[in-house]
Design a protein around this ligand. Structure first.
Ligand SMILES: [Zn+2]
Length: 290
């Protein structure tokens, strides 16, 4: 089972989010028929989105868009404060490896940006953009937290894809210095950086996240909360009906004349919604009444 734990270290001067996302990653591989390095890039983005979602509250939500102008195209991931994530990539059939390791940078490209769009249920969405610059999504998100949220952060993301194209393990950790952090806290995080360079090994070694926290911070951490996480899409026939309505009456008439029906596929979960002629007429009627 996938889950996420939030902990405090050194009397709350450091906070840690640790997530296991193996099932989420396997759901995405199955839904999108992802090839291994595409699974790595989407899996890591979904992991970071889940952790950032856990920093939100109530009905708040966020979207991460990454486009490095590489073979995979765009990566779009939505997440929320309830531990739900969904995502897709433009081209799932991408695979690059180098020296036996999945090659994220060749998959993603390196000439582009990460956009983080937060819906904090205020009048406007809050958007922040940072460049892709290091070849490592974990390092680029470390830069994002420092640059956009003014929070010194250590980010590590790990994923292992097996020969049969399933994820053996996937997860992520974010360690953040809180405003009252001391010089000793900074040194502690610096020491952890090497230990976290292979997060997937830690995830393979320990069956549960609590044991990883104990290995990383033996005597000085306190677990605040545990939350289940999952791949979940909230699409519905109604939401796509609203999408068809935005085409306008002329275009809907064209669809009725040419095909007599419409089939819409959700990018995120590949659910198929069929609209017959009666459905399309009802959408048209709704538009006329406005
Ligand atoms: Zn969907």
């Amino acid at each position: 089972m996938d889950y996420l734990i939030k902990s405090l270290v050194n009397d709350g001067r450091i906070r840690v989010y640790l997530a296991k996302t193996t099932d989420v990653c396997n759901d995405a591989i199955r839904i999108h028929d992802l090839w291994p390095s595409a699974a790595s890039v989407l899996g890591k983005t979904m992991t970071i989105a889940l952790i950032m979602g856990a920093m939100l509250k109530g009905d708040e939500a966020l979207t991460i868009k990454i486009d490095g102008n590489g073979p995979i195209g765009q990566i779009i991931v939505d997440s929320n404060a309830k531990g739900e994530v969904r995502g897709y990539v433009s081209n799932p059939h991408v695979h690059f490896s180098r020296k036996g390791k999945l090659d994220d940078i060749s998959t993603l490209g390196y000439n582009g940006y990460i956009d983080v769009i937060k819906d904090l249920k205020l009048k406007d969405l809050y958007t922040s953009t940072v460049p892709l610059q290091t070849g490592s999504l974990a390092k680029d998100f470390t830069y994002y937290f420092l640059h956009s949220e003014q929070t010194p952060t250590l980010t590590s993301l790990g994923i292992k894809i097996k020969e049969n194209n399933t994820s053996e393990v996937s997860g992520g950790i974010i360690i953040q210095l809180m405003p009252k952090a001391t010089e000793d806290d900074i040194l502690l995080i610096e020491r952890k950086e090497k230990q976290l360079s292979s997060l997937s090994e830690l995830l393979l070694k320990h069956h549960n996240l609590e044991d990883i926290m104990t290995e990383l911070f033996p005597n000085n951490h306190r677990i605040l909360s545990t939350m289940p996480i999952s791949f979940k899409c909230h699409c519905s026939k109604n939401s796509f009906a609203r999408g068809i309505a935005t085409l306008g009456i002329t275009e809907i008439n064209n669809i009725i004349e040419e095909d007599g029906k419409a089939e819409v596929v959700c990018h995120y979960c590949h659910a198929i919604y069929n609209f017959n002629i009666q459905d399309l007429e009802i959408i048209k009627k709704g538009l006329k009444q406005k």
